[in-house]
Write a protein that binds this ligand. Sequence first.
Ligand code: PLP
Length: 405
Amino acid sequence: MATMDKKASNHLQDLQYFGEYGGVNPSISDSSTYTFLSAKTMFDTFEGNTEGCYLYSRHSSPSNLYLGEALAALEGTETANVTASGMGAISAVILELCGAGDHIVGSRTIYGGTYALMKNFLKKFNIQTSFVDITKLDHVEAAITSSTKMIYCESISNPLLEVADIHALAKIARKHAIPLVVDNTFAALSIRPVALGADIVIHSLTKFINGTSDCVAGVVCGTKEFCLALKDVNTGAGMLLGSTLDSLRAASILKNMRTLHIRMKKHSENALFLAQKFERDGLRVVYPGLPSHPGHLIMEDQMHPEYGFGGLMTLDVGTLENANALMELMQDRKLGYLAVSLGFYKTLFSAPGTSTSSEIPEAEQKEMGLSNGLIRFSIGLDDDIQRTYDLMKKCMEDLQILINA
Ligand code: PLP
Protein backbone atom coordinates (compact mmCIF):
# COMPACT_ATOMS: atom_id res chain seq x y z
CA MET A 1 0.00 0.00 0.00
CA ALA A 2 1.40 3.38 -0.98
CA THR A 3 1.88 5.87 1.83
CA MET A 4 -0.49 8.79 1.55
CA ASP A 5 -1.01 11.93 3.58
CA LYS A 6 -4.72 11.55 4.31
CA LYS A 7 -4.97 15.03 5.78
CA ALA A 8 -4.88 16.79 2.42
CA SER A 9 -8.34 18.30 2.63
CA ASN A 10 -8.00 19.30 6.30
CA HIS A 11 -5.01 21.43 5.42
CA LEU A 12 -7.19 23.28 2.95
CA GLN A 13 -9.84 24.04 5.56
CA ASP A 14 -7.14 25.39 7.88
CA LEU A 15 -5.83 27.96 5.41
CA GLN A 16 -7.11 31.36 6.51
CA TYR A 17 -6.67 34.60 4.62
CA PHE A 18 -8.51 37.60 5.97
CA GLY A 19 -9.63 40.58 3.97
CA GLU A 20 -8.31 44.08 4.53
CA TYR A 21 -11.14 44.91 7.00
CA GLY A 22 -11.29 41.48 8.60
CA GLY A 23 -13.39 40.01 5.81
CA VAL A 24 -13.70 36.22 5.68
CA ASN A 25 -12.31 36.26 2.16
CA PRO A 26 -8.99 37.88 1.30
CA SER A 27 -8.96 41.25 -0.41
CA ILE A 28 -8.38 41.07 -4.15
CA SER A 29 -5.25 42.77 -5.42
CA ASP A 30 -6.72 44.99 -8.11
CA SER A 31 -3.42 46.31 -9.44
CA SER A 32 -0.95 45.39 -12.13
CA THR A 33 1.92 47.34 -10.52
CA TYR A 34 3.04 48.21 -6.98
CA THR A 35 4.69 51.27 -5.45
CA PHE A 36 7.90 51.30 -3.39
CA LEU A 37 9.04 53.75 -0.72
CA SER A 38 12.65 53.23 -1.68
CA ALA A 39 14.38 52.55 -4.98
CA LYS A 40 16.66 50.04 -3.25
CA THR A 41 13.69 47.84 -2.21
CA MET A 42 12.40 48.00 -5.77
CA PHE A 43 15.76 46.80 -7.11
CA ASP A 44 15.93 43.99 -4.54
CA THR A 45 12.39 42.87 -5.38
CA PHE A 46 13.25 42.82 -9.07
CA GLU A 47 16.21 40.62 -8.26
CA GLY A 48 13.89 38.32 -6.30
CA ASN A 49 15.49 39.04 -2.91
CA THR A 50 12.56 40.56 -1.02
CA GLU A 51 9.80 38.26 0.21
CA GLY A 52 6.41 39.87 0.75
CA CYS A 53 7.04 42.69 -1.75
CA TYR A 54 5.20 42.84 -5.04
CA LEU A 55 6.57 44.44 -8.17
CA TYR A 56 4.35 43.65 -11.14
CA SER A 57 1.43 41.22 -11.38
CA ARG A 58 2.87 39.06 -14.18
CA HIS A 59 5.54 38.13 -11.64
CA SER A 60 3.20 37.62 -8.69
CA SER A 61 0.23 39.18 -6.93
CA PRO A 62 -1.24 38.59 -3.47
CA SER A 63 -4.39 36.95 -4.89
CA ASN A 64 -2.36 34.58 -7.06
CA LEU A 65 -0.11 33.73 -4.13
CA TYR A 66 -3.11 32.87 -1.90
CA LEU A 67 -4.47 30.53 -4.56
CA GLY A 68 -1.01 29.07 -5.12
CA GLU A 69 -0.65 28.34 -1.39
CA ALA A 70 -4.00 26.55 -1.31
CA LEU A 71 -3.01 24.45 -4.33
CA ALA A 72 0.38 23.62 -2.81
CA ALA A 73 -1.48 22.42 0.31
CA LEU A 74 -3.81 20.36 -1.90
CA GLU A 75 -0.90 18.63 -3.60
CA GLY A 76 1.50 18.56 -0.66
CA THR A 77 4.23 20.53 -2.45
CA GLU A 78 6.42 23.32 -1.11
CA THR A 79 4.75 25.91 -3.31
CA ALA A 80 2.79 26.45 -6.53
CA ASN A 81 2.54 28.97 -9.38
CA VAL A 82 -0.88 29.65 -10.87
CA THR A 83 -1.22 30.26 -14.61
CA ALA A 84 -3.82 31.58 -17.02
CA SER A 85 -4.70 28.10 -18.30
CA GLY A 86 -3.76 24.45 -17.92
CA MET A 87 -1.88 24.69 -21.21
CA GLY A 88 -0.04 27.73 -19.81
CA ALA A 89 1.17 25.53 -16.96
CA ILE A 90 2.10 22.59 -19.21
CA SER A 91 3.99 24.68 -21.79
CA ALA A 92 5.90 26.58 -19.09
CA VAL A 93 6.99 23.36 -17.33
CA ILE A 94 8.12 21.73 -20.57
CA LEU A 95 10.04 24.76 -21.81
CA GLU A 96 11.61 25.24 -18.38
CA LEU A 97 12.90 21.65 -18.37
CA CYS A 98 13.68 21.12 -22.06
CA GLY A 99 15.82 22.90 -24.62
CA ALA A 100 16.73 22.25 -28.24
CA GLY A 101 17.75 18.64 -28.80
CA ASP A 102 16.04 17.34 -25.66
CA HIS A 103 13.54 14.52 -25.46
CA ILE A 104 10.38 13.71 -23.50
CA VAL A 105 8.85 10.34 -22.73
CA GLY A 106 5.13 11.02 -22.73
CA SER A 107 2.01 8.95 -22.30
CA ARG A 108 0.27 8.32 -25.61
CA THR A 109 -3.14 8.92 -24.04
CA ILE A 110 -3.14 12.48 -22.84
CA TYR A 111 -5.28 15.56 -23.43
CA GLY A 112 -5.28 16.37 -27.18
CA GLY A 113 -3.84 19.86 -26.65
CA THR A 114 -0.87 18.48 -24.71
CA TYR A 115 -0.39 15.84 -27.39
CA ALA A 116 -0.42 18.50 -30.15
CA LEU A 117 2.02 20.67 -28.19
CA MET A 118 4.48 17.81 -27.84
CA LYS A 119 3.99 16.26 -31.25
CA ASN A 120 3.74 19.37 -33.45
CA PHE A 121 4.66 22.62 -31.75
CA LEU A 122 7.75 21.49 -29.84
CA LYS A 123 9.26 20.27 -33.11
CA LYS A 124 9.98 23.93 -33.87
CA PHE A 125 12.40 23.85 -30.94
CA ASN A 126 13.77 20.42 -31.86
CA ILE A 127 12.22 18.87 -28.75
CA GLN A 128 11.05 15.33 -29.56
CA THR A 129 8.54 13.22 -27.68
CA SER A 130 8.30 9.42 -27.64
CA PHE A 131 4.67 8.53 -26.95
CA VAL A 132 4.39 5.27 -25.01
CA ASP A 133 1.76 3.13 -23.35
CA ILE A 134 2.26 4.50 -19.85
CA THR A 135 0.82 1.35 -18.27
CA LYS A 136 3.69 -0.70 -19.75
CA LEU A 137 6.60 0.20 -17.50
CA ASP A 138 9.15 -1.64 -19.64
CA HIS A 139 8.09 0.50 -22.65
CA VAL A 140 8.51 3.66 -20.58
CA GLU A 141 12.01 2.74 -19.45
CA ALA A 142 13.07 1.54 -22.91
CA ALA A 143 12.08 4.91 -24.42
CA ILE A 144 14.41 6.89 -22.12
CA THR A 145 17.55 8.17 -23.84
CA SER A 146 20.48 10.28 -22.69
CA SER A 147 18.56 13.36 -23.96
CA THR A 148 15.36 12.60 -22.01
CA LYS A 149 14.47 15.42 -19.65
CA MET A 150 11.19 14.17 -18.18
CA ILE A 151 8.53 11.49 -18.01
CA TYR A 152 5.13 13.09 -18.55
CA CYS A 153 1.75 11.52 -17.85
CA GLU A 154 -1.75 12.15 -16.55
CA SER A 155 -2.73 10.40 -13.30
CA ILE A 156 -5.98 9.31 -14.97
CA SER A 157 -5.70 9.86 -18.69
CA ASN A 158 -7.90 11.95 -20.96
CA PRO A 159 -10.00 10.47 -22.51
CA LEU A 160 -9.31 6.74 -22.05
CA LEU A 161 -9.09 6.86 -18.24
CA GLU A 162 -5.90 4.81 -18.08
CA VAL A 163 -4.43 4.86 -14.58
CA ALA A 164 -0.73 5.70 -14.28
CA ASP A 165 1.24 3.75 -11.67
CA ILE A 166 2.85 6.89 -10.28
CA HIS A 167 4.89 5.07 -7.67
CA ALA A 168 6.49 2.78 -10.27
CA LEU A 169 6.98 5.61 -12.79
CA ALA A 170 8.66 7.73 -10.11
CA LYS A 171 11.09 4.89 -9.41
CA ILE A 172 12.05 4.77 -13.10
CA ALA A 173 12.39 8.56 -13.21
CA ARG A 174 14.60 8.56 -10.13
CA LYS A 175 16.79 5.79 -11.53
CA HIS A 176 17.45 7.93 -14.62
CA ALA A 177 17.71 11.19 -12.62
CA ILE A 178 14.85 12.86 -14.51
CA PRO A 179 11.64 14.38 -13.10
CA LEU A 180 8.22 12.74 -13.27
CA VAL A 181 5.64 15.37 -14.28
CA VAL A 182 2.01 14.44 -13.61
CA ASP A 183 -1.09 16.24 -14.86
CA ASN A 184 -3.54 15.48 -12.04
CA THR A 185 -6.56 17.27 -13.52
CA PHE A 186 -8.80 14.16 -13.48
CA ALA A 187 -7.97 13.13 -9.91
CA ALA A 188 -7.99 16.26 -7.75
CA LEU A 189 -7.96 15.24 -4.06
CA SER A 190 -8.22 11.51 -4.93
CA ILE A 191 -4.57 11.19 -5.93
CA ARG A 192 -1.61 13.15 -4.56
CA PRO A 193 1.17 12.40 -7.07
CA VAL A 194 3.97 13.94 -4.98
CA ALA A 195 3.16 11.62 -2.05
CA LEU A 196 3.74 8.79 -4.54
CA GLY A 197 7.09 10.12 -5.76
CA ALA A 198 6.21 12.56 -8.59
CA ASP A 199 8.26 15.76 -8.82
CA ILE A 200 5.93 18.27 -10.47
CA VAL A 201 2.12 18.29 -10.52
CA ILE A 202 0.01 20.23 -12.99
CA HIS A 203 -3.72 20.96 -13.02
CA SER A 204 -6.06 22.56 -15.43
CA LEU A 205 -7.98 24.51 -12.76
CA THR A 206 -10.62 25.05 -15.44
CA LYS A 207 -12.05 21.65 -14.48
CA PHE A 208 -12.88 20.16 -11.06
CA ILE A 209 -10.88 22.55 -8.91
CA ASN A 210 -12.80 25.61 -10.03
CA GLY A 211 -15.90 23.58 -10.79
CA THR A 212 -18.11 26.33 -12.22
CA SER A 213 -16.99 26.31 -15.89
CA ASP A 214 -16.67 30.10 -15.89
CA CYS A 215 -12.94 30.52 -16.57
CA VAL A 216 -9.72 28.83 -17.68
CA ALA A 217 -6.75 28.60 -15.33
CA GLY A 218 -3.90 26.31 -14.40
CA VAL A 219 -1.23 25.58 -11.82
CA VAL A 220 2.25 24.12 -11.45
CA CYS A 221 2.89 22.58 -8.01
CA GLY A 222 6.49 21.80 -7.10
CA THR A 223 9.54 22.74 -5.10
CA LYS A 224 10.35 26.36 -4.20
CA GLU A 225 13.46 26.05 -6.35
CA PHE A 226 11.53 25.00 -9.46
CA CYS A 227 8.64 27.46 -9.01
CA LEU A 228 11.06 30.35 -8.39
CA ALA A 229 13.01 29.35 -11.50
CA LEU A 230 9.75 29.50 -13.50
CA LYS A 231 9.30 33.08 -12.25
CA ASP A 232 12.87 34.23 -12.87
CA VAL A 233 12.70 37.59 -14.67
CA ASN A 234 15.63 36.74 -16.92
CA THR A 235 15.18 33.05 -17.70
CA GLY A 236 11.88 31.74 -16.26
CA ALA A 237 9.49 30.12 -18.77
CA GLY A 238 6.46 31.10 -16.67
CA MET A 239 7.50 34.74 -16.37
CA LEU A 240 8.68 35.13 -19.96
CA LEU A 241 5.92 33.21 -21.76
CA GLY A 242 3.52 35.35 -19.75
CA SER A 243 0.63 33.00 -19.00
CA THR A 244 -0.53 35.04 -15.99
CA LEU A 245 -3.81 34.46 -14.18
CA ASP A 246 -5.86 37.55 -13.44
CA SER A 247 -6.20 38.30 -9.71
CA LEU A 248 -10.01 38.53 -9.87
CA ARG A 249 -10.13 35.01 -11.27
CA ALA A 250 -7.60 33.72 -8.75
CA ALA A 251 -9.85 35.03 -5.96
CA SER A 252 -12.97 33.39 -7.37
CA ILE A 253 -11.20 30.04 -7.91
CA LEU A 254 -9.96 30.11 -4.30
CA LYS A 255 -13.54 30.57 -3.07
CA ASN A 256 -14.75 27.68 -5.24
CA MET A 257 -11.94 25.46 -3.95
CA ARG A 258 -13.50 25.61 -0.49
CA THR A 259 -16.18 23.14 -1.64
CA LEU A 260 -13.92 20.89 -3.72
CA HIS A 261 -13.98 18.02 -1.19
CA ILE A 262 -17.77 17.88 -1.18
CA ARG A 263 -18.00 18.11 -4.97
CA MET A 264 -15.36 15.44 -5.63
CA LYS A 265 -17.14 12.98 -3.35
CA LYS A 266 -20.42 13.54 -5.17
CA HIS A 267 -18.92 13.43 -8.67
CA SER A 268 -17.26 10.11 -7.78
CA GLU A 269 -20.33 8.66 -6.05
CA ASN A 270 -22.55 9.45 -9.04
CA ALA A 271 -20.04 8.21 -11.62
CA LEU A 272 -19.53 4.93 -9.73
CA PHE A 273 -23.30 4.41 -9.48
CA LEU A 274 -23.82 4.88 -13.23
CA ALA A 275 -20.77 2.84 -14.21
CA GLN A 276 -21.88 -0.12 -12.06
CA LYS A 277 -25.42 0.05 -13.47
CA PHE A 278 -24.25 0.28 -17.09
CA GLU A 279 -21.80 -2.56 -16.59
CA ARG A 280 -24.57 -4.72 -15.16
CA ASP A 281 -26.62 -3.82 -18.26
CA GLY A 282 -23.79 -5.25 -20.35
CA LEU A 283 -22.74 -1.91 -21.88
CA ARG A 284 -19.18 -0.97 -22.85
CA VAL A 285 -18.43 1.25 -19.90
CA VAL A 286 -14.98 2.22 -18.63
CA TYR A 287 -14.50 3.60 -15.11
CA PRO A 288 -11.47 3.18 -12.81
CA GLY A 289 -13.83 2.25 -9.95
CA LEU A 290 -14.95 -0.94 -11.70
CA PRO A 291 -12.91 -4.06 -10.86
CA SER A 292 -12.97 -4.80 -14.61
CA HIS A 293 -10.81 -1.70 -15.26
CA PRO A 294 -7.19 -2.76 -15.90
CA GLY A 295 -5.92 0.00 -13.59
CA HIS A 296 -8.45 -0.58 -10.79
CA LEU A 297 -6.05 -2.10 -8.26
CA ILE A 298 -3.37 0.52 -8.94
CA MET A 299 -5.97 3.24 -8.51
CA GLU A 300 -7.17 1.68 -5.24
CA ASP A 301 -3.60 1.52 -4.00
CA GLN A 302 -2.75 5.15 -4.73
CA MET A 303 -6.02 6.96 -4.10
CA HIS A 304 -7.57 8.62 -1.09
CA PRO A 305 -10.68 6.41 -0.69
CA GLU A 306 -12.94 9.19 0.59
CA TYR A 307 -12.82 11.04 -2.73
CA GLY A 308 -13.48 8.01 -4.88
CA PHE A 309 -12.46 7.09 -8.38
CA GLY A 310 -13.30 10.43 -9.99
CA GLY A 311 -16.11 11.92 -12.04
CA LEU A 312 -15.07 10.70 -15.50
CA MET A 313 -16.60 7.70 -17.24
CA THR A 314 -16.65 6.57 -20.87
CA LEU A 315 -19.29 4.64 -22.76
CA ASP A 316 -18.72 3.20 -26.23
CA VAL A 317 -21.93 3.17 -28.25
CA GLY A 318 -20.38 1.72 -31.40
CA THR A 319 -20.45 4.52 -33.97
CA LEU A 320 -20.12 8.29 -34.13
CA GLU A 321 -23.72 8.46 -35.41
CA ASN A 322 -24.95 6.63 -32.30
CA ALA A 323 -22.81 8.82 -30.06
CA ASN A 324 -24.08 12.05 -31.65
CA ALA A 325 -27.73 10.93 -31.55
CA LEU A 326 -27.45 9.88 -27.90
CA MET A 327 -25.71 13.08 -26.82
CA GLU A 328 -28.28 15.27 -28.59
CA LEU A 329 -31.18 13.34 -27.04
CA MET A 330 -29.65 13.44 -23.55
CA GLN A 331 -29.24 17.19 -23.91
CA ASP A 332 -32.86 17.57 -25.08
CA ARG A 333 -34.00 15.64 -22.03
CA LYS A 334 -31.94 17.88 -19.73
CA LEU A 335 -29.54 15.13 -18.63
CA GLY A 336 -26.50 17.27 -19.33
CA TYR A 337 -24.80 19.36 -21.97
CA LEU A 338 -23.08 18.37 -25.20
CA ALA A 339 -19.91 20.23 -24.29
CA VAL A 340 -16.20 19.64 -23.83
CA SER A 341 -14.51 20.27 -20.47
CA LEU A 342 -15.38 18.69 -17.15
CA GLY A 343 -16.00 19.18 -13.47
CA PHE A 344 -19.25 21.13 -13.85
CA TYR A 345 -22.35 20.62 -11.65
CA LYS A 346 -24.19 19.41 -14.74
CA THR A 347 -23.06 16.29 -16.62
CA LEU A 348 -21.00 17.18 -19.70
CA PHE A 349 -20.53 14.77 -22.60
CA SER A 350 -18.58 14.81 -25.84
CA ALA A 351 -17.12 12.37 -28.36
CA PRO A 352 -13.38 12.89 -27.82
CA GLY A 353 -12.33 11.31 -31.13
CA THR A 354 -13.88 14.27 -32.95
CA SER A 355 -13.40 16.94 -30.27
CA THR A 356 -10.86 17.11 -27.44
CA SER A 357 -8.61 14.39 -28.91
CA SER A 358 -9.12 15.24 -32.60
CA GLU A 359 -5.48 16.41 -32.69
CA ILE A 360 -4.48 12.73 -32.46
CA PRO A 361 -4.41 11.19 -35.99
CA GLU A 362 -7.14 8.61 -36.64
CA ALA A 363 -4.70 5.70 -37.03
CA GLU A 364 -3.15 6.48 -33.64
CA GLN A 365 -6.60 6.87 -32.05
CA LYS A 366 -7.45 3.36 -33.29
CA GLU A 367 -4.23 1.90 -31.98
CA MET A 368 -4.80 3.30 -28.50
CA GLY A 369 -8.43 2.10 -28.45
CA LEU A 370 -10.10 5.47 -28.94
CA SER A 371 -13.11 4.62 -31.09
CA ASN A 372 -15.47 7.07 -32.79
CA GLY A 373 -18.40 5.76 -30.76
CA LEU A 374 -16.73 6.62 -27.46
CA ILE A 375 -18.54 9.20 -25.33
CA ARG A 376 -16.66 10.83 -22.45
CA PHE A 377 -18.91 11.77 -19.56
CA SER A 378 -17.99 14.18 -16.80
CA ILE A 379 -20.70 13.13 -14.37
CA GLY A 380 -22.42 15.99 -12.58
CA LEU A 381 -23.65 16.55 -9.06
CA ASP A 382 -27.16 15.16 -9.71
CA ASP A 383 -29.14 14.80 -6.52
CA ASP A 384 -31.14 11.77 -7.72
CA ILE A 385 -28.71 9.64 -9.71
CA GLN A 386 -31.12 6.70 -9.97
CA ARG A 387 -33.50 8.99 -11.91
CA THR A 388 -30.60 10.11 -14.11
CA TYR A 389 -29.74 6.48 -14.81
CA ASP A 390 -33.36 5.64 -15.69
CA LEU A 391 -33.57 8.60 -18.07
CA MET A 392 -30.21 7.83 -19.71
CA LYS A 393 -31.23 4.22 -20.20
CA LYS A 394 -34.53 5.37 -21.73
CA CYS A 395 -32.62 7.55 -24.22
CA MET A 396 -30.59 4.52 -25.31
CA GLU A 397 -33.69 2.36 -25.56
CA ASP A 398 -35.54 4.98 -27.60
CA LEU A 399 -32.58 5.19 -30.00
CA GLN A 400 -32.13 1.41 -29.95
CA ILE A 401 -28.44 1.73 -29.17
CA LEU A 402 -27.89 -0.60 -26.27
CA ILE A 403 -24.47 -1.80 -27.44
CA ASN A 404 -23.32 -4.75 -25.40
CA ALA A 405 -19.78 -5.26 -24.27
N1 PLP B 1 -4.92 18.71 -18.92
C1 PLP B 1 -6.04 17.99 -19.08
C2 PLP B 1 -6.09 16.60 -18.52
C3 PLP B 1 -7.13 18.53 -19.76
O1 PLP B 1 -8.24 17.80 -19.91
C4 PLP B 1 -7.03 19.85 -20.28
C5 PLP B 1 -8.14 20.47 -21.00
O2 PLP B 1 -9.13 19.86 -21.34
C6 PLP B 1 -5.84 20.55 -20.11
C7 PLP B 1 -4.80 19.96 -19.41
C8 PLP B 1 -5.67 21.94 -20.63
O3 PLP B 1 -6.23 22.83 -19.74
P1 PLP B 1 -6.78 24.29 -20.16
O4 PLP B 1 -7.91 24.07 -21.11
O5 PLP B 1 -7.17 24.90 -18.86
O6 PLP B 1 -5.66 25.01 -20.82
